[in-house]
Design a protein around this ligand. Structure first.
Ligand SMILES: NC(=O)c1ccc[n+]([C@@H]2O[C@H](COP(=O)([O-])OP(=O)(O)OC[C@H]3O[C@@H](n4cnc5c(N)ncnc54)[C@H](OP(=O)(O)O)[C@@H]3O)[C@@H](O)[C@H]2O)c1
Length: 260
C-alpha cells in the first residue's frame, strides 16, 4: 500500500480485533505502516498469524505489535478481551471492531439455539461488551475513534443462509450511528466500514467459486475486493486529521456493488 503518511498514527495506540488473517490483518498492517502501536486480537488462537498477519508485517514493525487471542463468541469474551487489553494500554486512540463471521449458512427455520447464540454473541454481544469496557480508555485518548466492520449484507440483505449474520451486521450499523451521537460530546467519533464481497477465508469457507464468479460479474469494477482494498478506509475513518468531522457514517467498500 502506498500513499499514506508513515507518521499518521505515530504515538497512537490502535486495537484491532480479528487481525490474525483477512481484512483485520491488512488493517493492522496498514496501521503499523503508519507508525501506530498495534494491539492485535489475532482470533481464537495464533494458528493463522504466521501465514497471514506476520507474513505482511512491514520491516522493523514487529516491536510495535502486541498479539492477544480470545474466543469472542464466548458469552463473556468481549469483556474478558477488553480487560486484557487494559493491562497493556491505559489509553486507546483507535478501536477497530472487526472480528466476526457468518458461522455457516443456516437455513431459516433450521437455526438451533447454539447457532443463534454463536452468531449474535460473536457479531453483536462481544462488540458491545468490548467497546463498553474500553470506553474509559478511549475517553483518556485525544480524538479517539471507533471503526466497526459491518457488511453490505446488513444493508441490502445477504445471500441465502446468512439471515442471522446479516441481521447482526445491520444491528452493528444502527448501533454505530447511535453511539456516534452518544459519544460525540466525549470527542469520540464512531463510524463503520462496510465491505462488499472480499476474497478472504470468509468466502473460501462459505461460497463456491461459481457463486463468487457470478457475483464478480455483477460488480461494476468486475472483480471481488481484497483485504488491502479495505484497509485504507479504516485509516481514513480513524485519523482525526483526515476525517475529524465525520461520524456516524457507514463507508461502503465494494467496487460499486451497492450504491446506497
Ligand atoms: N470477506 C467478506 O466478503 C466480508 C464482507 C463483509 C463483511 N465482512 C466482515 O469482515 C470481518 C473480517 O472478515 P474476513 O473477511 O477478514 O474473514 P476471516 O478471514 O475469516 O477473518 C475473520 C476474523 O475474525 C475472527 N473470528 C471469527 N470467529 C471468532 C471467534 N469466535 N472469536 C474470536 N475471533 C473470531 C477470526 O479469527 P479465527 O482465525 O480464530 O477464526 C479472524 O481473525 C468480519 O467481521 C466479517 O463479517 C467480510
Amino acid at each position: 500500500m502506498t500513499g499514506f503518511d508513515e507518521k499518521l498514527f505515530a504515538g497512537r495506540t490502535v486495537m484491532v480485533t480479528g487481525a490474525g488473517r483477512g481484512i483485520g490483518a491488512a488493517v493492522a498492517t496498514a496501521f503499523l505502516r503508519c507508525g501506530a502501536k498495534v494491539i492485535a486480537h489475532a482470533g481464537r488462537d495464533l494458528s493463522h498469524v504466521e501465514g497471514d498477519l506476520l507474513a505482511r508485517l512491514p520491516a522493523g514493525s514487529r516491536a510495535n505489535l502486541t498479539l492477544l487471542t480470545g474466543d469472542l463468541a464466548a458469552p463473556d469474551g468481549g469483556a474478558e478481551l477488553a480487560r486484557e487489553i487494559l493491562s497493556h494500554a491505559d489509553a486507546i486512540d483507535v478501536l477497530v471492531n472487526n472480528a466476526g463471521t457468518m458461522g455457516g449458512r443456516i437455513p431459516t427455520g433450521q437455526e438451533t439455539r447454539e447457532d443463534y447464540d454463536h452468531v449474535l454473541d460473536l457479531n453483536i454481544r462481544s462488540v458491545v461488551a468490548l467497546t463498553g469496557t474500553l470506553l474509559p480508555a478511549l475517553r483518556r485518548a485525544n480524538h479517539a475513534s471507533i471503526v466497526n466492520t459491518v457488511s453490505i449484507s446488513g444493508r441490502q440483505g445477504g445471500s441465502a443462509g446468512s439471515a442471522l449474520y446479516s441481521g447482526a451486521k445491520a444491528f452493528v450499523s444502527a448501533w454505530t450511528k447511535t453511539l456516534a451521537k452518544e459519544l460525540a460530546p466525549d470527542g469520540i467519533r464512531v463510524n463503520a466500514v462496510s465491505p462488499g464481497t472480499i476474497m478472504t477465508d470468509f468466502h473460501r469457507r462459505y461460497s463456491t467459486k461459481e457463486k463468487l464468479d457470478a457475483t464478480a460479474a455483477t460488480i461494476p469494477m468486475k472483480r471481488l475486493g481484497t483485504a488491502e482494498d479495505c484497509a485504507p478506509a479504516y485509516l481514513f475513518l480513524a485519523a482525526h486529521t483526515l476525517s475529524g468531522y465525520v461520524t456516524g457514517q457507514i463507508l461502503e467498500v465494494n467496487g460499486g456493488q451497492l450504491m446506497p
